[in-house]
Structures are given as structure tokens and as C-alpha cells.
Design a protein around this ligand. Structure first.
Ligand code: GCO
Ligand code: MN
Ligand code: MN
Length: 386
């Protein structure tokens, strides 16, 4: 019952289960797996798809012959396992060339190189079957605002995305862009630091219809924000093109923990939201196993991400079917219809009638709402005693 199936669209990046356990203080604790080995590992644990940065698959300095061989082997592995590639992205952060940003670097040569690299990476992603292309601008930011004008940087980022949208149209690709916000790390401050900021920015692009967001649990949590509220805003705007699921303690460094492993209750409300609205995009786990894990434990990590999602999905079904919970919800949202004539679209008469209405403010303020009771029922549901 908690086994992943293709219809759940559970995906992982090559960089997630392939993470070797390096951190700023320590060397890798796991040997690097080849992309082919990672595809087989993901197939073994029951994932549906695999995503990659251009250089997760093809090293930045690969020769054309190496590139062809790697692509051939990777396609073979996809064929053998049935895994698909729903999303691809560009590594615009590892190489020292990008130390001051890619699309927002102060150096016009770096900005041009970022476009060049992204166009090649888009070609690669589309060749492997990707229909979503993620932009995560880890280096698009500053440590000091003394040297970079945020308005100029925003303009460069906009120009870059406009250019790449035209490129996609020009090639006839069926590809949507998904912008991923993060408040900081690796830059001191990253531009467009929240999903809400990205949504505002998208409306300034030449092809806003091609561009949505890829919110990540950890990134809103790093900023101390409610992730589900951001996801809801993205959904409402028709912009939830992709989602990065993981977990993270508030206010800490970028932890990328197993989905649901830190804030189980927030994870429940997120799954509840996604299932309620019928989100049918990829559920991508942008997380990695603890540095202490060996590859058996990495498999447990990947299985755990998917299993926790499915367990929470079942809890959501229980929540919907629980008579006591539903009765409390009905009480909380009760509507006796007395305000119906004021609802909906504005009219002059409506406004005048509403202004003339007498409200019993004191009684309104006295009404209790049983959120404590409801929340405790959620806790008991999650703890398995309902
Ligand atoms: C991070 C980001 C990345 C991106 C990835 C794909 O904090 O490192 O979440 O993992 O999601 O680059 O765009
Ligand atoms: Mn992240
Ligand atoms: Mn991410």
C-alpha cells in the first residue's frame, strides 16, 4: 500500500541519491556512483523518474566522444529500467566562472557563457525527454551590495530568461521553465529569495505563460516561512510547475533532509494541500541522505521519502473521512447565509447596503473556534491513535 507507483510521479535528481556526503568541513564519505548506477539504484527503490543538471550527467570538460558515450549509456539505463527524465536543469554554480553569479554576474562574458551553457543544457534535457526546466540561481546574489546593483542584476536575469524563452520557442521545444527561490547559501543573499518574489518577477517577463515556480520545502523553511502557504499562492496563480520535497529545521544551514523527517506536521499539511487540489506534477525529492550513510542507507533514505509521502497521503484520506474532524471543520466554517447578499462582485447597491448593515461586533468577538480540539485530533491522527 505504501509502495511507490509510476502515477505518484516520485522523482529524484542524480545529485540527490548520488550525493557523496561532502560538506564544507569534510571530504566525501561515499564513493561517487556513475549516472547509470544511480538510475539502477532509483529503479530498485521504485522511483518513477530521474532529473539532472547538465554536469551531473556529462562532466563540464568532457570531449565530444565522451559526451556521446555517456548519453548512449544513460539512455540504455533508462530503457532497461523504464525510468523517465521529467526535468532537467543547468549547473550554474559549481564552476569558479560563476563565483559572482551566472545571469547576474557583473561580467558580461560570464552572463553570455551562462546563456551558452544553458542552451546546450536545454538541448540535452529535451533530448532525454524533459518537459520542465528548472532555474535555481544559487550564485545569483551577493555577499556585499557594494559592488552590484540589484536593479541591474534583476534586469540581467530578466533579459536572460526572456532570451531563453525565445530560444525554446525557436527550437519548437515543449518546455516550461520553473524558477526556484532560496534565501541564501551558497551566496550570502540570493536575489528573488522566496517563491512569492519569484511569482512577482514572472509577471515582468516577455513570456510569463512559459514560466512557473519550483518551490522547495527547505528554502522557505530556511527563511522561517510557511511553505504550504507559498505553494498555495503558486497553485492559485497557475504556476506550480514543479515541487522540491525535502525537510529542514527552521533557521539552519541548507540541510536537504529526507522528506517529513523534521517537520512532520508541516509535511502533512503540504501533502494534504497537494492532494486536495489534485496536483499531478512531479513530486521531486531534492534531498540527500545523512553523511553517515552508506549506499544501503541511501536506499533507505530514498524509500523513506516516498513512503512518508504515501503515509501522509493516507492520513489525509483519514482526515477527510473522520467524522469528528469534519464536524469541527463544519462548525468552524459554518455559514447561515445571512451575508449572502453582500458576497461576490461589487455593486453600488451592495456597498451601500453593507455600509448600512448593523453588526453585533461583541457577539462576533465572543464566538470561540475549536482549533485546539481540531489540532489535537490532527496530532492524534499523525500519532496513529485515531
Ligand atoms: C539547492 C537547490 C538545488 C536545486 C537544483 C536543481 O539548495 O542546492 O535546491 O538542489 O534544486 O540545483 O535546480
Ligand atoms: Mn535546496
Ligand atoms: Mn531544490
Amino acid at each position: 500500500m505504501y509502495n511507490p507507483k509510476p502515477e505518484h510521479k516520485f522523482t529524484f535528481g542524480l545529485w540527490t541519491v548520488g550525493n557523496v556526503g561532502r560538506d564544507p568541513f569534510g571530504e566525501p564519505t561515499r564513493k561517487a556512483l556513475s549516472p547509470v548506477e544511480i538510475v539502477h539504484l532509483l529503479a530498485e527503490v521504485g522511483a518513477y523518474g530521474v532529473n539532472f543538471h547538465d554536469n551531473d550527467l556529462i562532466p563540464i570538460d568532457a570531449t565530444p566522444a565522451e559526451r556521446d558515450r555517456i548519453k548512449w549509456n544513460f539512455k540504455q539505463a533508462l530503457n532497461e529500467t523504464g525510468l523517465v527524465v521529467p526535468m532537467a536543469t543547468t549547473n550554474l554554480f559549481s564552476d569558479p566562472a560563476f563565483k559572482d553569479g551566472a545571469f547576474t554576474s557583473n561580467d558580461p562574458k560570464v552572463r553570455a557563457y551562462a546563456l551558452h551553457k544553458t542552451m546546450h543544457a536545454i538541448d540535452l534535457g529535451v533530448e532525454m525527454g524533459a518537459s520542465t526546466y528548472v532555474f535555481w540561481g544559487g550564485r545569483e546574489g551577493t555577499e556585499t551590495d557594494a559592488g552590484k546593483d540589484p536593479l541591474e542584476a534583476g534586469k540581467w536575469f530578466r533579459e536572460g530568461l526572456n532570451f531563453l524563452c525565445e530560444y525554446v520557442i525557436d527550437q519548437g521545444y515543449e518546455l516550461k521553465f520553473a524558477l526556484e527561490a532560496k534565501p541564501n547559501e551558497p551566496r550570502g543573499d540570493i536575489y528573488l529569495s522566496t517563491t512569492g518574489a519569484m511569482l512577482g518577477f514572472i509577471s515582468t517577463l516577455d513570456h510569463p505563460e512559459m514560466v512557473g515556480v519550483n518551490p522547495e520545502v527547505a528554502h522557505e523553511h530556511m527563511a522561517g516561512l510557511n511553505f504550504t502557504h507559498h505553494v498555495a499562492q503558486a497553485w492559485d496563480a497557475g504556476k506550480l510547475f514543479h515541487i522540491d520535497l525535502n525537510d529542514q529545521s527552521f533557521g539552519r544551514y541548507d540541510q536537504d533532509f529526507r522528506f517529513g523527517s523534521v517537520n512532520l506536521k508541516s509535511a502533512f499539511f503540504l501533502v494534504k494541500f497537494l492532494e486536495d487540489v489534485g496536483y499531478d506534477g512531479n513530486r521531486h525529492f531534492d534531498a540527500h541522505a545523512y553523511r553517515t550513510s552508506d549506499y544501503e542507507d541511501v536506499k533507505a533514505f530514498a524509500r523513506g521519502c516516498m513512503r512518508t509521502y504515501l503515509l501522509l497521503k493516507e492520513k489525509h484520506a483519514q482526515f477527510s473521512a473522520d467524522a469528528q474532524i469534519q464536524a469541527l471543520l463544519a462548525e468552524i466554517t459554518a455559514d447561515d447565509g445571512s451575508m449572502d447578499s453582500y458576497k461576490g462582485v461589487y455593486s453600488g447597491e451592495k456597498a451601500q447596503a453593507l455600509k448600512a448593515h448593523t453588526f453585533d461586533r461583541v457577539t462576533l468577538g465572543k464566538r470561540g473556534q475549536p482549533y485546539e480540539q481540531l489540532d489535537q485530533l490532527v496530532i492524534e491522527l499523525l500519532l496513529g491513535v485515531r
